[in-house]
Design a protein. Structure first.
Length: 310
């Protein structure tokens, strides 16, 4: 494997042993063997093709806002797509519907702002959700106001052989904070590397949209630890019953601390890094929360945050 790494590294300018603390909102994690920050679609495609050729495992990340990397780091190649963000395009479909398209590395906040500035409604649900568009699609990001699947039209993905394939919404199966491809697709070359996504929005009143977005942002600022080092909501909400944060709060776990990891006192579904937390601290606190909630309510809390590495 090390020989393959050397051959691979000769073809690209890659960072070796790059600390993942620099690439996640948690500011936690060991090093990646190889780290790439492609600045074009061609460069991204070549990285994927060559990694497949040398049998090097690939992990795709955006801005790392929903990611916990373990303390020993991640093996293989990390590709960060935040530079794949060459603007948002707009096209009118008919008198009511508008089509917009953005690349995976585009910040979700930028898409929200673009929609507002163009008087387009339907994307307000994403207000305040951190991270990139690619990650938002992968996670079917959303709130009680809506989710990505509500407005998605299609997406372009990069296959292992470098081919770019358009996947329509009806070929995707969405679930809570995830998606999978319909069984009618030929999946042998498909890996979830999202290049760009297209959405259908509707014409609206720009001022009404702006007021709604400001109201949602103010609510988030009041109820969530926006400035803390975290990965957002740590657990998925159970399918039925109360939300994860409310269950954790009822279990008396607000402020619960293991090492430098703590359950936020502002919102119980946030685990925060107090400054020098390790992934081990976070994972031990995660397990403690899950155990306590199950003991009290017989509910298994599933993690929403993606956990990678070793």
């Amino acid at each position: 494997m090390k020989t393959n790494y050397k051959k691979f590294n000769r073809q690209f300018y890659l960072k070796k042993n790059e600390s993942m603390k620099n690439h996640t909102s948690f500011k936690i994690g060991g090093s990646a063997d190889l780290f790439a920050l492609p600045k074009s679609v061609d460069e991204l495609t070549n990285l994927i093709i060559t990694a497949e050729k040398y049998n090097i495992p690939v992990t795709i990340i955006g801005s790392g806002t929903n990611l916990l990397v373990k303390d020993k780091g991640i093996r293989g190649l990390i590709i960060c797509v935040t530079k794949i963000n060459t603007g948002i395009t707009i096209k009118q479909i008919d008198s009511k519907n508008i089509f917009i398209e953005a690349f995976a590395g585009t910040l979700l906040a930028s898409v929200c702002k673009f929609a507002m500035e163009n008087g387009l409604k339907g994307f307000e649900f994403a207000t305040g959700i951190p991270g990139t568009l690619g990650g938002a699609v992968m996670m079917n990001a959303g709130t009680n106001l809506g989710s990505i699947s509500d407005v998605l039209l299609c997406m372009d993905i990069i296959e292992k052989n470098g081919k770019i394939t358009k996947i329509k919404k009806n070929e995707i199966i969405f679930s809570e904070k995830a998606f999978s491809f319909n069984s009618c697709l030929d999946l042998k070359n498909i890996i979830p590397v999202i290049l760009k996504a297209s959405f259908v929005l509707k014409k609206g009143n720009k001022e009404h949209i702006r007021l709604k977005i400001n109201k949602l942002l103010n609510k988030r600022n009041l109820t969530q630890p926006i400035l803390a080092l975290s990965a957002g909501c740590f657990f998925k909400n159970p399918v039925s019953g109360e939300k994860a944060g409310k269950l954790i709060e009822k279990a008396g776990l607000k402020g619960k601390r293991i090492g430098n990891a703590m359950v936020s006192e502002k919102h119980a579904n946030f685990i925060v890094n107090l400054g020098n937390s390790t992934a081990k601290d976070i994972l031990e606190l995660k397990a403690y929360i899950q155990k306590k909630v199950f003991q009290l309510f017989s509910i298994n809390l599933e993690t929403e945050v993606k956990i990678k590495g070793e």
